[in-house]
Write a protein that binds this ligand. Structure first.
Ligand code: ZN
Length: 276
């Protein structure tokens, strides 16, 4: 995929929109600084290695990789996905599927298919995968960006799906920009002088990072739910002061075959074809 170019579209304004814990602070690590960098932001990869590889290839060279949790769950490649992120030096936070795969009580809230996939993941995960997941904080902050899975006021569970929920969360983070996932739907909310505007990005959509506060959701790498089966991600360009959304096709039948071989629930494989 080309980097942001003149062909890039502005995110369309949509009305309404779709439908406390551990904190890591910025350190001197290169991967944790957000100034003068291009950063790929990946969320809800869900053990889907072909989708992750396609996104990495399409986005190409960046200075850092950030993830917003739900690295595992649903899909057949937990060890492979975690190994890839570890090799990249990816920095990120934990999601509800990650904590459930570590044996947390969160699994009680899962639907039967999600629960079966989590129990499969828990049995199959290598010790080093478990260790890596267990090391993820609930929240991560740089000088300009806060990272959570769900929302800043409820990092593991809250779905930011409406203007009132987005507005209520503005008080729960202090950086100009928030990155969050969990809904598997790419969207942005921008605070325009106290008026919160929802923006529906598609492939190539851009927004300026101009100091107006933004809640940014890249969508899902491994299980998109906005009717577009292509993997979703975004790139933060802290030098050009711009965020760009991407959608990337990937070999869906390859991950579906691996899901069948692993005897994961058929409905979880089927939904990938429809992006729902
Ligand atoms: Zn998820």
């Amino acid at each position: 995929m080309a980097q942001a170019t003149g062909r890039a579209k502005a995110a369309a304004v949509v009305t309404g929109g779709p439908a406390g814990g551990i904190t890591a602070r910025a350190t001197g690590d290169r991967a944790l600084r957000s100034t003068t960098m291009r950063i790929a932001v990946l969320s809800d990869i869900h053990s889907n290695l072909p989708a992750l590889e396609a996104v990495l290839a399409a986005i190409g060279d960046v200075d850092a990789w950030w993830h917003l949790g739900d690295v595992v769950g649903y899909g057949p490649h937990p060890d492979e996905v975690v190994a890839r992120l570890r090799d990249l030096g990816a920095v990120g936070v934990r999601g509800n599927h990650d904590v459930a795969a570590l044996g947390g009580p969160e699994v009680e809230w899962f639907n039967p298919d999600a629960r079966r996939a989590i129990e499969w993941t828990e049995r199959r995960m290598a010790p080093e995968t478990r260790e890596w997941l267990a090391s993820l904080p609930e929240r991560h902050e740089t000088d300009e960006v806060t990272l959570v899975h769900g929302s800043p006021r409820d990092p593991i569970w809250e779905y930011v799906t409406t203007n009132p929920i987005a507005r209520a969360n503005l008080a729960a983070f202090s950086t100009p920009y928030l990155l969050h996932g969990h809904t598997h739907i790419p969207i942005a909310w921008r605070d325009d002088d106290g008026h919160l505007v929802a923006l529906g990005p598609s492939d190539g959509s851009e927004l300026p990072l101009d100091g107006r506060r933004l809640l940014l959701n890249p969508g899902s790498v491994g299980q998109p739910r906005d009717g577009d089966p292509r993997a979703g991600a975004l790139v933060l360009d802290m030098e050009e002061r711009r965020v760009t959304w991407h959608r990337v096709p990937y070999p869906i039948t390859a991950v579906q075959a691996d899901m069948r071989a692993a005897r994961l629930p058929a409905r979880l494989a089927e939904r990938l074809s429809h992006g729902l």
